[in-house]
Design a protein around this ligand. Structure first.
Ligand code: DAH
Length: 370
C-alpha cells in the first residue's frame, strides 16, 4: 500500500499546484490593481464596476465550494498520515495566497470606484454661474408711479376701483343721461346685461364721494376700455388717471394751480400750462389742459408737432349734478376734476411712434426701460 500512499502524496500536491497555476493565469488581468498601474487608477466608473464583478466571479470559481482548492481540502484526511501536515499546510497556504491577492485587488478596485463616483458627483464651484434675468417695471407702471408720487405729496389719496361698471357710474351719475351724444364716442364693451367695461376713470369720482363723502382729494389710476380699432395712437384698452378735489370754496384757481404744480414736478419748473375752453358733461366750466413741450420748451419740435404745446388732458369744475348723484351738497361744496392718459404721456416722453408698443409685451422693447 506504500506505493499507492506515495502516489496519493504526490497527486494531491500536484492538484494544488495546478489549482494555483490556473488561479495565477486568470488573476493575471487583475494584477494591475495590486500594482496600482496608471491604467487601473484611471479606469472609468462602469469599467471598474465590471472588473469588480469579474473578480468576484473569479473568487467563486477558485475559492468556492466547487473549486479545485476546495476539492484538495477534502483530500487532507485521505493522504498518508506522515504527509498530512505538510499537505494541509500547502493547501492552506495556497488558499490564503489566493484570497489575499483577490482581497488586495478588490480593495483597490473599491477605492477606484469610490473616487470615480465622487468625481462624477463633484460640483465645479469655479464654473461661472448663470446670472438670473432680473425683471423690471413696465414703462406704464413707472409713469403711473411718478404721477402717483406727485399727487400723494400734494395730499391726494390713491383710489383703485373696479373696471366693470354699471351705466349709472359710467354715464348717468356723470351727467351723461341715456341718449346723450357724449355716450357715443365712448361706446364700450358690454358684458352681461347692465354691465360694461368702464370707458373712463371718471367713474371713480362717484365711488370715492359715495365712500368718503366730502371733502375729498383723490386720484384714480387705472385701465379703461373703448371700442377703438388699434392704430399708432389708439388702443381699445388704455390707462387714465382721474383726479378729484372737492371741498368748501374750491375754485378754478385751485385747478390751475394744482395742474401747474403737477407739470412742474413732472417735467421741470420752467413748464408752462395753458387752459383751453372745452366741453365735458361732468364739468362746468370745462377746459382742456396743455403744457409747454418738455423737449423744445415751446419753440416747436417734432415731439410737440411744431406747436410748442402738448395736450395733458381734460379738466373742469365738477358739475353740480355729479355732486348730487354722489350725495354731496353742491350748495356747500365745489370741486375740480381732471383726467389724463398715462400711456399717452408715456409714449410722448419716450417718443414712441406707436402706442401699441406699450401693450404688445415684446421684451426687446420693454427691456429698454429698466
Ligand atoms: N373722462 C374724460 C375722458 O375720458 C377725461 C376727463 C375730462 C376727466 C375732464 C375729468 C374731467 O375728470 O374733468 O376723456
Amino acid at each position: 500500500m506504500g506505493g499507492s500512499a506515495e502516489k496519493m502524496t504526490d497527486a494531491p500536491a500536484k492538484e494544488v499546484d495546478l489549482a494555483s497555476e490556473a488561479f495565477e493565469r486568470e488573476f493575471e488581468r487583475f494584477a494591475r490593481f495590486i500594482r496600482n498601474d496608471s491604467s487601473a487608477v484611471t479606469l472609468g466608473l462602469s469599467d471598474a464596476e465590471q472588473e469588480l464583478r469579474a473578480l468576484q466571479d473569479l473568487r467563486t470559481r477558485h475559492l468556492g465550494k466547487k473549486s479545485a482548492i476546495a476539492g484538495a481540502k477534502k483530500l487532507i484526511g485521505r493522504v498518508a498520515a506522515e504527509d498530512r501536515a505538510a499537505f494541509g499546510q500547502l493547501v492552506q497556504k495556497t488558499e490564503a495566497a489566493m484570497a489575499e491577492s483577490i482581497e488586495t485587488a478588490e480593495e483597490s478596485l473599491n477605492a477606484i470606484i469610490k473616487s470615480a463616483r465622487t468625481a462624477r458627483e463633484a460640483i465645479d464651484v469655479t464654473i461661472p454661474g448663470r446670472r438670473p434675468r432680473q425683471g423690471h417695471l413696465h414703462p406704464i407702471t413707472l409713469m403711473r408711479q411718478r404721477i402717483e408720487d406727485i399727487f400723494v405729496s400734494l395730499g391726494y389719496a390713491v383710489e383703485d376701483d373696479r373696471e366693470i361698471e354699471t351705466d349709472f357710474y359710467n354715464f348717468d351719475a356723470l351727467n351723461i343721461p341715456e341718449g346723450h351724444p357724449a355716450r357715443e364716442p365712448q361706446d364700450t364693451f358690454y358684458t352681461t346685461e347692465g354691465f360694461a367695461l368702464r370707458s373712463q376713470t371718471s367713474t371713480v369720482q362717484i365711488h370715492a364721494m359715495q365712500r368718503r363723502g366730502a371733502p375729498v382729494r383723490m386720484i384714480a389710476p387705472g385701465r379703461v376700455f373703448r371700442r377703438d380699432t388699434p392704430d399708432p395712437t389708439h388702443n381699445p384698452m388704455f390707462y387714465q388717471v382721474e383726479g378729484l378735489c372737492v371741498d368748501r370754496g374750491i375754485t378754478m384757481a385751485h385747478l390751475k394751480g394744482t395742474l401747474a404744480e403737477f407739470v412742474h414736478r413732472l417735467f421741470g419748473p420752467e413748464t408752462k400750462t395753458r387752459f383751453r375752453p372745452s366741453y365735458f358733461p361732468f364739468t362746468e366750466p370745462s377746459a382742456e389742459v396743455d403744457y409747454s413741450c418738455f423737449n423744445c420748451g415751446g419753440d416747436g419740435c417734432r415731439i410737440c408737432k411744431w406747436s410748442g404745446w402738448i395736450e395733458l388732458g381734460g379738466s373742469g369744475m365738477v358739475h353740480p349734478n355729479v355732486l348730487r348723484a354722489a350725495n354731496v351738497d353742491p350748495e356747500e361744496f365745489t370741486g375740480f376734476a381732471f383726467g389724463l392718459g398715462i400711456d399717452r404721456t408715456c409714449a410722448r416722453i419716450y417718443q414712441l411712434d406707436d402706442i401699441r408698443l406699450l401693450f404688445e409685451n415684446d421684451v426687446r422693447f420693454l427691456s429698454q426701460f429698466r
